[in-house]
Design a binder for this molecule. Structure first.
Ligand SMILES: NC(=O)c1ccc[n+]([C@@H]2O[C@H](COP(=O)([O-])OP(=O)(O)OC[C@H]3O[C@@H](n4cnc5c(N)ncnc54)[C@H](O)[C@@H]3O)[C@@H](O)[C@H]2O)c1
Length: 415
């Protein structure tokens, strides 16, 4: 059995850089490669990995070349949503062609969302199965230290004495994503619902699931959802968005939702009804990214707010520096009383997430958080879009949304 895992990244943008930083807290892996169509960005991400000493990393000229490199044991797939299938096809082709080192890779970890819709998610599964690799679904928020710790304590101390929890509320909100493709429904697969509700759905589900049981011990029954464009299709904000993101992002004519909520009814293996309430928005202006979770049971509750930080800075009006994201992800201000997330890669779960997948791959063990989970999340999100479009509660039935493409992703949504 290998003692260290050599990792190659596909994509060299925002999330790859976050992952690379998190590897400071992962003992048994080295970040050895990055491929991205923009060589300069790939070089810059590789230089970051070398600078912070998480691996002797190099930028590769192609996916095939990276997979053929003897040090690379696993791929972290972190390209944009609309390139997921193309990237996976290239990986599978490279694995199958002898010269790229057939059978040499151990595993692949795929960023959220698994795909843009259920049909694409099924194609991801087909390709993963064809590859024969171990696979992980990169859902960092399942590994957030307060989520993991809070769940462990409540399920150990409170649930056995007074009964299981019944209601989870999870939200992720910020003021909007950093690159144009996220804002274009066709490329992202939708708006904030596809981009961020995948996180909240999984955190709520995790909190409601007995740690001694498997994920399928609670089953989704029905979904009711709403989507809206609350801020970014207002004319002044649509114009601002076009100025900052480019002409292809035109929310006067082709908006995506910047708000989404869903209620998912679950039932557990004893027939108890459970509820997950999830909310996401790109129309929240606070200090920066805000992740909140609550778990309610008969005699207890839990609450988490990522902006309730132990570190806060006060900067007077005379401190007039350049805008940045050095205090908190998706930061909106540089003055006044500002919360600082001291170690974001740890707090948002990336560090524990990467430690978990590295250990699974080194042990030759299929991770419990894997692409089949990503498929089910996609099916839930598509049911939510359908519910929002039809303005009714919809029974969870993966067959019914097999070929469903949200109107936002088709560019036909009229809020
Ligand atoms: N877990 C999280 O919280 C989280 C946060 C942000 C993004 N993400 C996910 O990570 C993925 C990447 O998002 P990001 O924020 O890094 O985006 P980004 O726009 O910052 O970076 C995308 C990267 O992909 C590269 N790219 C462009 N075309 C490509 C292609 N054909 N194949 C491979 N790579 C290509 C770009 O050059 C860039 O380096 C998305 O699926 C996104 O949903 C997850």
């Amino acid at each position: 059995m290998k003692k260290r895992l050599g990792i190659g990244f596909i994509g060299s943008g925002f999330i790859t850089r976050f992952h690379i930083q998190s590897f400071i807290g992962v003992r048994d892996a080295d970040v050895l490669g990055v491929w991205s169509p923009n060589k300069q960005n790939a070089e810059s991400a590789a230089a970051l990995a070398r600078r912070i000493r998480v691996g002797d990393c190099q930028a590769f000229n192609s996916i095939e070349e990276m997979i053929a490199s003897p040090g690379i044991d696993a791929i972290w797939l972190c390209g944009p949503n609309h390139k997921r299938i193309e990237n996976l096809e290239a990986i599978v082709k490279a694995i199958k062609s002898g010269k790229s080192g057939k059978g040499k890779l151990t595993g692949i970890a795929v960023e959220k969302p698994l795909a843009r819709n259920a049909a694409e998610a099924k194609r991801v599964i087909e390709l993963i199965e064809e590859s024969g690799l171990l696979h992980g679904y990169l859902e960092d928020q399942l590994f957030e230290p307060p989520v993991v710790r809070g769940r462990e304590i409540l399920w150990r101390r409170a649930a056995p004495l007074t009964g299981r929890p019944y209601l989870a509320r999870c939200a992720e909100e910020h003021s909007g994503p950093h690159n144009p493709w996220f804002w274009q429904g066709e490329l992202g697969g939708g708006g904030v619902l596809n981009d961020m509700m995948c996180h909240s759905v999984e955190v709520a589900r995790l909190l409601l699931t007995d740690p001694a049981k498997t994920r399928d011990s609670i089953k989704p029954v029905k979904v009711s959802a709403t989507i809206a464009s609350l801020k970014w299709s207002r004319p002044e904000y649509a114009d601002l968005l076009r100025q900052t993101m480019g002409n292809e992002v035109d929310y006067r004519t082709r908006p995506s939702e910047d708000f989404a909520r869903a209620t998912i009814n679950y039932v557990d293996d004893a027939g108890n009804p459970l509820i997950a309430e999830v909310t996401t928005s790109w129309s929240y202006v606070g200090a920066g990214l805000r992740l909140t979770s609550e778990l309610l049971g008969p005699e207890y509750s839990l609450s988490i707010n990522s902006l309730d930080t132990s570190l806060k800075l006060f900067l007077s009006r005379r401190v007039q520096g350049a805008s940045g994201e050095d205090l908190v992800e998706k930061q909106n201000a540089e003055q006044g009383l500002m919360p600082v997330v001291a170690s974001e890669a740890t707090e948002y779960g990336y560090e524990a997430e990467n430690r978990f997948f590295v250990n699974c791959f080194l042990d030759g063990k299929q991770p419990e958080v894997n692409c089949y989970d990503g498929l089910e999340v996609t099916q839930l999100l598509m049911t939510a879009y359908k519910s929002a479009e039809e303005e009714r509660t919809i029974a969870f039935d993966p067959k019914a949304i097999e070929n469903f493409i949200p109107a936002v992703a088709r560019g036909t949504w009229k809020p």
